[in-house]
Design a protein around this ligand. Structure first.
Ligand code: BGC
Ligand code: IFM
Length: 825
């Protein structure tokens, strides 16, 4: 299939909450995620992708090859063979790429279907992970649409990863000899390392009697062959191979004789199991797998009724999750992102942090301290109890100094030092994450939960004490201007300002000098002001009035410092480098203005009273905004500069060097609402909204249903091209920007506020919002052309002055009407 030039590669089916891809050769693999609790998988529109249990690095079930072409190669491939002619193909198009007469992939909420037809044989596969299970189901329906009978073969295939994906990708000399499988009653068990330190295995089962199986990849494929022409499929018979070392895989061969018009359903189940230590061997001392306890699960999920019920339960689950917040605005792109895709992406980022996508390897990173706190800001209203658990997990990795590991491993929940420590913004995000949780739930009991430092038993203190230490961490680390020390970096991982060297041209950076260096961050200053005010509100809730006043005073003082040393005349400076020179200043030849402090300082309230905020935001509009979104800084660095670090290592227009780093854009949207500019806020919102950008899919190239981390900036030859889709804080922050600030439905510590800042052209909107057990049916009216704010609410017909809703009893359904009044635009 040669690619035709075209703008779109599919369409949204909002009623079914699906994105429908109608040709397989999308500009890049367009993917989806399976699973939402412990067992996860990635699946592309051509069935590429892999699966893991809890931890993409330590419990990888199926193998993925990094930097492959295309980059989703390796997957859940099914092969259909017409046994009369020997013609064979993959209904997912990849990897055989044989022409298909029809093709349709539907990515839905935690499931994907791929349907296609060739030569009168239709195959439709549904992939999903049932709730509460550690397995995935593939339900394949094969239909003979010919007017003659068809003798077909169906082959499944997965390649097993040898569990620790890092080791699997590097330690071949060992791993070529460790692979072990067992085939019993038609089920393929992958049990490599079952005998040693771990006690787990994978199973791959099929609902039909088998004509054969394979478990050794190179037998199945044949020598010098790839997944596009496996020998077993080509000859129409499996080899019944049993892997001893090399590359264990799983393949079932099923024969299907279909009458004209007949459909057969075949179910495959791929799962993960652990044995209690005592039952490891069966009988004790032998090397036979104890598989008794998984047989009932396997048998249950191979039954079509169980699959149908499990899939219906998944749909009901998502209906419950999303039903608590739905909006109807004049803008379809807004509605579908808020109601479906943005919320869904928040859930995926919450589960994955930045670990596993087609841009993140799953072996490079665990859960980010900073990232995971921000992810829950967008997700907390969907499953507050999981947000609670996450907060406690994150806080338990914090040091008693208030400092943080930058990342922790999801399986062990222990901090890892892969990237190191000393990102000085990290601790403050914990305050912001906890504040978001409290605003949503009102559950102050979390503050008294005993939480250890660095997971050391016996070191437990109430969570509230962790928050105090987070704030103090910044206060104890101020630089020459009284601004917070940046450490290794702040939110911008690539701004490494303590990168100094005794030898010109030689980078020299150790954790010690990086954290102890003297470079300062105006971004952290803004974040500190925000966090100190949040913590003051939390202290008030605990009746600690004096402490709250002290935090407010600290916020005030830092505001003064920012105004004195962080203001450049038209915008907020970004930082001071190790040598005390400003970064993000008109004094610089490049990198004169950065987006992050303009957003974060205004979010903290800096500049709202004295007009600095408005001036900073005007500078953003003039210097940083492009039709594809707002770039991170300007002018881009044209060369590497040792005193700035990694940021200057990117070519101009990419990533942190003046790319459109989407995560930062919603901070500006929020800031614009704070100064009352709904038109600008919403305009910025639409510039990076993936649904809006669907119309330019051949430029944007990434999935049109989720946010990417980055869109190439104006200095890049590929301006407008997206990269790093899915795992980005953009998801959470855009959700917050549109729902809490533009639509203005904003949880606060004392209740829900309704304070929209809308585009002038809108004539209002409606929303349903579940909040602390009650449901609010909200109508906001606004004459088109008017700008302004809501001054009072009608709550079940009763007037309430201001914009804060009284908290209703759990179970209540409350009608809220709000009218925007103000000047004509
Ligand atoms: C940035 C990368 C950077 C990495 C270093 C990421 O968040 O986007 O550009 O190399 O962090 O930690
Ligand atoms: O802030 C970081 C984030 O933690 C990971 N992705 C890139 C961002 C900016 O550097």
């Amino acid at each position: 299939m040669m690619r035709r030039y075209q703008v779109r590669f599919g369409h949204f089916d909002d009623a079914r909450r699906e994105y429908v891809i109608d040709r397989p050769d999308t500009p890049l693999p367009w993917i989806n995620y399976l699973g939402s609790e412990a067992y996860f998988g990635l699946v592309s529109n051509t069935a590429g992708g892999y699966s893991f249990y809890r931890d993409a690095r330590l419990r990888r079930l199926t193998r993925y090859r990094y930097n492959n072409a295309p980059f989703d190669l390796g997957g859940r491939y099914l092969y259909v063979r017409d046994d009369a002619t020997g013609d064979y193909w993959t209904p997912s198009w990849q990897p055989t790429q044989r022409d298909l007469d029809e093709y349709e992939c539907r990515h839905g909420l935690s499931y994907t279907t791929i349907a296609s037809a060739r030569g009168g044989i239709r195959a439709e596969t549904l992939f999903f992970v049932p709730l509460g299970e550690t397995l995935e189901v593939w339900r394949v329906r094969v239909t003979n649409e010919r007017d003659t009978a068809a003798d077909l073969s169906l082959f499944s295939s997965v390649e097993f990863c040898l569990w620790d994906a890092q080791d699997d990708a590097t330690n071949f000399q060992r791993n070529f000899s460790t692979g072990q499988v067992e085939v019993a009653d038609g089920v393929i068990y992958h049990k490599t390392e079952y005998r040693e330190r771990r006690d787990h295995f994978a199973y791959f089962a099929c609902s039909e009697p088998l004509a054969g199986f394979d478990t050794q990849r190179d037998t199945f494929l044949g020598a010098y062959r790839g997944w596009d022409r496996p020998a077993a499929v080509e000859r129409g018979a499996a080899f019944d191979s049993v892997a001893h070392g090399w590359a264990p895989m799983g393949s079932h061969h099923v024969k299907l004789a279909l009458e004209p018009g007949e459909t057969r359903e075949v179910v495959f189940v791929l799962g993960y199991a652990e044995n209690p230590r005592a039952e490891k061997f069966d009988p004790p001392g032998s090397q036979t797998l104890n598989k008794r306890h998984v047989r009932p699960t396997i048998e249950r999920w191979l039954r079509p009724e169980t699959v149908a019920e499990g899939f219906a339960a998944l749909g009901a689950h998502w209906e419950r999750l999303l039903g608590g917040f739905q909006v109807a605005t004049p803008d379809t792109d807004t509605d579908r992102m808020v109601n479906i895709w943005n919320a869904y992406q928040c859930m995926v980022t919450f589960n994955m942090s930045r670990s596993a996508s087609f841009y993140e390897s799953g072996i490079g990173r665990g859960m980010g301290f900073r990232d995971s706190n921000q992810d829950l800001v967008g997700f907390v209203h969907i499953i507050p109890e999981r947000a609670r658990e996450r907060i406690l997990d994150i806080a338990a990795t914090q040091m008693d100094t208030g400092g943080a590991y930058h990342q922790y491993q999801p399986l062990t929940k222990r901090g890892n030092n892969d990237i190191g420590q000393g990102f000085n913004d990290d601790p403050l995000w914990l305050i912001l994450g906890v504040a978001a949780y409290l605003k949503e739930t009102g559950d102050t009991s979390i503050l008294d939960e005993p939480v250890p430092f660095d997971n050391v038993p016996g070191s437990e203190v109430p969570l509230y004490e962790h928050l105090r230490r987070s704030l103090n961490y910044t206060r104890e680390r101020l630089g020459p201007h009284g601004l917070p020390l940046i450490g290794r970096a702040d939110w911008n991982d690539c701004l490494n300002l303590n990168c100094f060297s005794d030898t010109p041209g030689e980078p020299f950076q150790t954790t010690e000098n990086a954290t102890g260096g003297s470079a300062e961050s105006v971004f952290i200053a803004g974040q500190f002001v925000l966090a100190a005010k949040e913590l003051a509100g939390i202290a008030d809730l605990r009746g600690l009035g004096d402490e709250a006043a002290e935090y407010r005073a600290a916020a005030e003082k830092m505001t003064g410092t920012v105004t004195e040393h962080g203001w450049d005349g038209g915008w907020f400076r970004r930082a001071y480098d190790f040598h005390g020179r400003p970064v993000g200043s008109g004094e610089n030849d490049e990198g004169q203005i950065f987006i992050e402090p303009q957003g974060m300082c205004v979010l903290g309230g800096v500049g709202l009273d004295d007009g600095l905020a408005v001036r900073a935001l005007d500078s953003v509009a003039e210097r940083l905004a492009t039709p594809h979104g707002i770039v991170l800084q300007q002018p881009a660095y044209s060369d590497y500069r040792i005193e700035l670090g990694e940021i200057s290592s990117y070519p101009p227009g990419y990533k942190e060097n003046a790319g459109i780093f989407c995560h930062t854009n919603p901070w500006i949207m929020i800031a614009e609402t704070m100064v009352g500019n709904g038109d600008r806020a919403f305009d910025y919102y639409r510039r990076i909204n993936p649904s809006v950008r669907e119309a330019i899919s051949e430029v944007h190239r990434c999935e049109p249903y989720v946010y990417p981390q980055m869109i190439a900036g104006r200095d890049a030859p590929t301006h407008g091209e997206a990269k790093n889709s899915w795992l980005t804080g953009t998801a959470a922050w855009n959700f917050v920007a549109i729902t809490q600030w533009i639509l203005g439905i904003r949880p606060e510590l004392t209740g829900l506020r309704i304070d929209p800042v809308l585009p002038a052209a809108w004539s209002g909107f409606r929303a349903t919002r579940a909040y602390r057990g009650a449901t609010y049916e909200i109508t906001v009216q606004k004459p088109a052309g008017v700008t302004g704010r809501v001054t009072h609410l009608l709550v079940d017909g009763e007037r309430v002055d201001g914009t804060l809703l009284p908290v209703a009893p759990a179970g209540a359904v409350v009608r809220v009407e709000a009218v925007v009044t103000g000047p004509a635009d």
